[in-house]
Design a protein around this ligand. Structure first.
Ligand code: FAD
Ligand code: 8R5
Length: 454
């Protein structure tokens, strides 16, 4: 491809759009990014609330490639494990990994986005704010953007469009008019509400900072992630119907009554519970499946625009970042855009499907199983098998969170491992008298050594 051919237009300067712009601009591409909202570095991040995300190895690796890992980790809070708050009172830290080399990081979405926007511009990408992608004439190669502040329309020619414009993607809607993408949306039937734990009177954290807190309650739960300004963002997940649900818990007073009954240790930590509950919107959750992610060589989708998922594995951003690295590599390798987009889709679609499925499963684990004795016994056996067979038996959470092997492989091996754990612990309440020789042989038989990661 000629140098003039290496031009790409990205819709969305959120997490994936800003990272992809950095990766491509650094490799000499001419990159234009159009973002619906204003520049968060000028007018503050819209929303205003401090929202944090869990960054894991896949996302961190992508940031390393973009040279932005150090700037992001500087303001991140380490989370070593789940702090489970039991219904009966009391709490327990369940470590995610072997030691502090296997941890996840709580990062502020606003700060992360700003680091990535700065990196994209430093690499030479041009970012155009207040430009919402609205319509696309694919035949003419013209994209039309609206400035929502004044309703004015701006048209720009493009060679190829990348949709990094999130779950409500405007590019996806525009592509759908030219080609049936086979879109299917599955609502979860549960939604969420964000609340805040402010700093303690002495300015420190009110609860253990280096953990992801979980209050599992069977059909629903609360979680809390630390922010570096010593607050926690609490997220209450409830079904949409039934009791309790967002149909029955409607006012601040209802929320207080729910917390008094089910989350009594959390209640005194959230002084503005009523205000938070009534002011913040209910967030919707669901999974988006597409049969096709690209329109020949003219447009391709990635991140939430291609495969929005439920949040329970904390992998939406991590997966979106992995998409960016993969797309940049395919574009570098393959000069024909249609072939590059097709190869990208072929590589990533099965992996997106796998993490979407694992994210759905992790909701049940988080809300219902982390305080269950059968589950804890299986976890104990899992740890021992992982120690006995380090190259073969790797807990699924570890494969997803601390390794970079394909999600689809993690999913497949996870199913084999889960079968083995269930078989070995069936009818038991301890590991005493387990037939280790049989187990070791089964591991070697069912789980070939994992491939090394590049
Ligand atoms: P986004 O980050 O949503 O970016 C899309 C961008 O496109 C936005 O800037 C938007 O303004 C812009 N845009 C939208 N429409 C248009 C348009 N028509 N034209 C131009 N621009 C447009 N993931 C994790 O890995 N770990 C977590 O702990 C985690 N926690 C989360 C917590 C919350 C509250 C939420 C909502 C999500 C969380 N996620 C988490 C998921 C993660 O945020 C997403 O998967 C990730 O942001 C996807 O990146 P993206 O770039 O595809 O989309
Ligand atoms: N996203 C997360 C995990 C897994 C934790 C574990 C779970 C909030 C809307 Cl629900 C959730 C995880 O298995 O112990 N890691 O990171 C992030 C999560 O929720 C985020 C904060 C969220 C969308 C609201």
């Amino acid at each position: 491809m000629t140098p003039e051919g290496r031009h790409i237009t990205i819709a969305g300067a959120g997490l994936a759009g800003a990272l992809l712009a950095t990766l491509l601009a650094r490799r000499g591409w001419r990159v234009d990014v159009y973002e619906r909202r204003g520049d968060p570095r000028v007018q503050g991040y819209s929303g205003g609330r401090s929202i944090n995300l869990a960054l894991a190895e896949r996302g961190l690796h992508a940031l390393r490639i973009a040279g932005t890992d150090a700037a992001v980790l500087e303001k991140a809070v380490m989370m070593r494990g789940r702090m489970v708050h039991f219904a009966e009172g009391g709490q327990q830290l369940q470590r995610y990994g072997r030691d502090d080399s296997e941890v996840i990081w709580s990062v502020s979405r606003a700060e992360l986005n700003i680091v990535l926007l700065d990196a994209a511009e430093a690499a030479g990408a041009r970012i155009h704010f207040d430009r919402r992608l609205d319509q696309v004439r694919f035949d003419a190669g013209i994209a039309s953007f609206v400035d929502d502040r004044n309703g004015l329309r701006h048209e720009h020619p493009f060679r190829a469009l990348v949709g990094a414009d999130g779950a409500g993607s405007g590019l996806r809607a525009a592509m759908q008019r030219y080609l049936d993408l086979g879109e299917r949306h599955e609502p979860l039937g549960h939604s969420y509400k964000e609340l805040e734990i402010p700093p303690a009177d002495d300015g420190g954290f009110r609860i253990e900072p280096n953990a992801l807190h979980i209050w599992p309650r069977g059909g629903y739960m609360c979680i809390a992630l630390p922010n570096d300004e010593r607050t926690f963002t609490v997220t209450l997940f409830l079904p949409n119907e039934g009791d309790p649900s967002f149909a029955t818990v409607r006012t601040g007073a209802d929320a207080r009554a729910l917390f008094a009954r089910d989350f009594p240790d959390a209640l005194p930590l959230i002084p503005r519970l009523e205000e938070d509950f009534e002011r913040n919107p209910v967030g919707q959750l669901g999974t988006l499946y597409l049969e096709r992610w690209h329109l020949d060589g003219r447009a391709v989708l990635l991140g939430d625009a291609a495969h929005a998922m439920v949040p329970f594995h904390g992998q939406g951003m991590n997966c979106a970042f992995e998409d960016c690295v993969a797309l940049a590599a395919h574009l570098e390798r393959e000069p024909d855009l249609a072939a590059a987009f097709a190869a990208f889709e072929a590589e990533r679609k099965p992996n997106a499907r796998a993490i979407q499925a694992m994210a759905l499963e992790n909701y049940v684990e988080m809300r219902d199983r982390v305080d269950d004795p059968d589950f804890l016994l299986q976890r104990q056996l899992e740890r021992q098998l992982a120690e006995r067979h380090p190259g073969r038996f790797v807990p699924r959470y570890t494969m997803v969170t601390f390794r970079r092997l394909p999600y689809a492989l993690a999913f497949e091996r996870g199913q084999v491992q889960r079968g083995l754990l269930a078989e070995a612990t069936r009818g038991r309440d301890s590991l005493d008298g387990l037939d280790w020789a049989w187990l070791d042989a089964e591991v070697e038989h069912r789980l070939p050594p994992l491939p090394a990661e590049g």
